[in-house]
Design a binder for this molecule. Sequence first.
Ligand code: ATP
Ligand code: MG
Ligand code: MG
Ligand code: MG
Length: 569
Amino acid sequence: MLQSKLLLPTLREAPAEAEIISHKLLIRAGLIRQLASGVYTYLPLGYRTLRKVEAIVREEMDKSGAQELNMSVLQPIELWRESGRDSAYGPELVRLKDRHEREFVLGPTNEEVITTVVKNEIKSYRKLPINLYQIQTKFRDERRPRFGLMRGREFLMKDAYSFDLDWNGLDVTYRGMYDAYTNIFTRCGVRFRAVEADAGAIGGEGGTHEFMVLAEIGEDTIISCNQCSYAANLEKAVSGVGKALQSQQIGIGNQVSPAYESFATPNLKTIEQLAGQLGVDASSFVKTLIYQAGNELIAVVVRGDRDVNEVKVKNYLGLVEDIELASESKVQAVTNAAVGFAGPVELAIPILVDQEVAAMGSVVCGANQTDQHLRHVLPGRDFPLDRIGDFCNVRVGDPCPNCDGTLEAFKGIEVGHIFKLGTKYSEKLGAAYIDQDGQEKPMIMGCYGIGISRVVQAVVEQNYDDNGIIWPLSIAPYHVHVIPVSMKDETQRSVANELYQTFQDIGADVLLDDRDERPGVKFKDSDLIGIPIRITVGKQAGEGIVEVKLRSEEDKQLMNLEEVVSFVK
Ligand code: ATP
Ligand code: MG
Ligand code: MG
Ligand code: MG
């Protein structure tokens, strides 16, 4: 490609709304432009890299035996009613109506549609297992779209869905996906970890892993052992201490239902009673409960005198001195709506944990997410990692649940997520097969996502310096950047053109800076856009000598034209 013709608008400064390095660089290097909050245009350079990530994902998925198809973004709401997710998914679900008032959603994920396809097309055990995937735009009306492509409202995802005969089959498929993801992220050039995770809104009965790109600005917290391979999302992590608590299997958890079940029964229990039942003190029980609730509204119900209980809850929270409780009537209304209580409750204190700050240990108390009175009772974003234990069931330095090691914490960006779903969707939507003995059985499902657009930015978040992006070769928009120092010099021009032609012939992606710009401008842009190999055609061009520099290294090397071609090869 000739740079003079390329739509590559580089900028000296990034717009103020870009808070993090990778977002700034994607804008400054002319890869993306914002159209609306959380909605972006990929300019040619950005789109090339997006497609390269897509190609790696496609290759590894195909290699794993998965089959690519393509499903509609527009989905009838009836499917979401059948699965029960029309309400469970909440306000992130983008809804719309057609001219006949029929309701649709723009798919944030596709379990309902794919399960319907498979239910209609596959009846016999002979056709299973099968793993189907697509690379398709997704819509999620995120509460706080931010950080550019990291948290968009429209973004590109690879989503795969597997259907097996039984759980053993699913284990094999899941392992295959785990390996494919490991290959994908390795090839994309990021440092990552696979961690045990929580099932969240997708649900399911089996295990789940998240693939995390390690980065300070990550919104997730990873707890890992300094000795063994134990690694988990903080939402899921247990320490040697917390494990004892979890093994008691009381209904606390990230899911709405189990959290409420223990309270929504006619026999409401006090915090002390519940804690006593678990053999833990009330304070750590409340902290665990708050943490485990994630961003869901939970009601901590305390019977008896309001003032006394308010003091008690403050004590349970320990560190939190100025916790503010919402007014009783409001609390009551919200609690009733959220929990569906039958019968009167003397005092309900909904405690809300903000999703984005939860991982940092900040707790927000109030009646609902938009309540003016919501208050962060701790400084969220600056809350030090070694204090997270104050608000959840794991503390940095705790013993590992699996070995003699000690737990550490890191920040991560979730770029991929694999789930064992089991029969959650196949039972609700009726995806069953006839087995060898003529018996009807539900298919055992798994689902597997990768945020392709998020990966593009996560790679940048790990690969840059003061001058700009440093693309790994595998997903760089171009492999080679050929820069004649002066376009006025005929020799330089012709050597540069010759190299440009040769590189194209050997199948390299090459960008030729044929602009009539000062060398300083050309080099600055070249560093900013971060093409891995830079070839400068300067004064020695007449002797057939050019300068080669890798974007990732300081050193420059002189090579003759033959050497440079075999180097690029
Ligand atoms: P997050 O915790 O960041 O909100 P999620 O757990 O809701 O992500 P999944 O439902 O697991 O996301 O979707 C699969 C993948 O899609 C995620 O691992 C992530 O890489 C990507 N993804 C999810 N939401 C977004 C978004 N708003 N913008 C870009 N990529 C996203
Ligand atoms: Mg999400
Ligand atoms: Mg997540
Ligand atoms: Mg996820």
